[in-house]
Each structure stands twice: as C-alpha cells, then as structure tokens.
Design a protein around this ligand. Sequence first.
Ligand code: E4P
Length: 228
Amino acid sequence: MSGIFLDTGDINEIRKYHAMGIIRGVTTNPSILVKQGVQGGMTGVKKHEIEIARLIDPLPLSVEVTTNDYEEMRRQAKEFAGWAKNINVKLTIHGPNGETDNLKLIHEMETRENVRINVTAMMSAQQCFLAAMAGATYVSIFGGRVSNMGYDARYEIRRLRQLLDAFGLKAKIIVGSTREVVNIVEWFEAGAHIVTSTPSLIEGMIVHPYTKETVQQFIRDGAQFGKL
Ligand code: E4P
C-alpha cells in the first residue's frame, strides 16, 4: 500500500481524511499518543490503537513499542500485533545508546513470528538498507530531522530506493518527520513509497488561496440565477 500515511493519534482527524479516501495508513508513536492525551496506561493505549485499527481496516496502523529492554520489546511486539490484523509494530533501528540487538528482534519477528515490523527513527540510507536486509516490511527515515542536520533528505531517499530495487528487497520506504507541505510530493518524487503527514500538512496540500478566490467568484456569479 503506497501513498500518504496520516501521522497522528487524533481519531476525528483520521476519520475525516479516511472518509476522503486520500490516506493509505496511519502511524503513531509514544510521543504522538502523549500529545493526544491518551491516558490509562497500557490499557488506554490498547483501547486507542484498537479504535484506530478498526476505523481504518484494512489499511495498516503502526504502533511503537515503549521500551528498549529486549525481552519487553519482544513481548510488546507480539502483543501489539495481536490487537488487530492490520497492526504493524514500530521498533527503532537501535537502542538509546546505540545497542544493536534490535536488528535481531526485527529479523525474528518478521521471519518466525509473522509480525510485520516498521523500523523507525532512521536518518540514513545505510541504516534503512540493513533494516530491509533483516526483513523489515517498512523502513522509516525521518526526512525532516535529516534535513535539520544539514543534509538533503531527497539524496538519502534516492540512494535507498536504488538499493532496495537493486537488491530486490521487499521493504517499503516510509519518509516521516514531514515539516513542510512541499516535502510530500518531493519525497515521493525522490522514491518514497509512503510519506507520513500531519492533518494540517494535508490540509495545506488541498487548500490554495487562488482556488478559494476562484470558487468565491463561481458562487457569486451563480447567485445571479437565483434559487433553482
Ligand atoms: C513517523 O512515523 C514518525 O512518527 C514521525 O514522522 C516523527 O516525526 P517528528 O520528527 O516530527 O517527531
């Protein structure tokens, strides 16, 4: 499934853009859920994520683990994947101090546990390439954060797409951390399969001041015919 994934935990916004048929999935992470005000511990998270998963079924929903403790990550990954058949699990490429065991878990989940993994928090084509080699279904590169470091994210996306195609890897490229409306189309052009977007950036894609003015003119002129 390629296209825009909505990067939010806001059920009303998801319902709105899903009904328009313009999104192809939803991504969440712990920061998004906190910002959304999700309460009630893991029970609250479960309820919220299941509600989103049902709302967009069969489109995919990414749910991120909340820890980097290996056994706990493993337990959460299996549990989250069991909440709904369209849930995939986000695991970061490595731990907070560069711990590299995460790739082993990614490989195990994809090859032995039938859990689809979205490897996240990546900043380079080389990280994404290794995650794809480990068997990830999705590889998420954070375009906005890459650009904030002074590199052009489009360059990394192009290199990554070439690598995935050359090696026949199944992983789909998700470019997230989207900062500007213009990023969405330019990252697709660079080779992204999926770009994540906040609701406000999608609105920015739809609404154009000159379109507003044009529609106002049509309505004004149409009013001259009176009521039909
Ligand atoms: C994508 O999947 C991530 O949730 C998200 O885009 C991260 O973006 P940020 O850099 O705005 O936190």
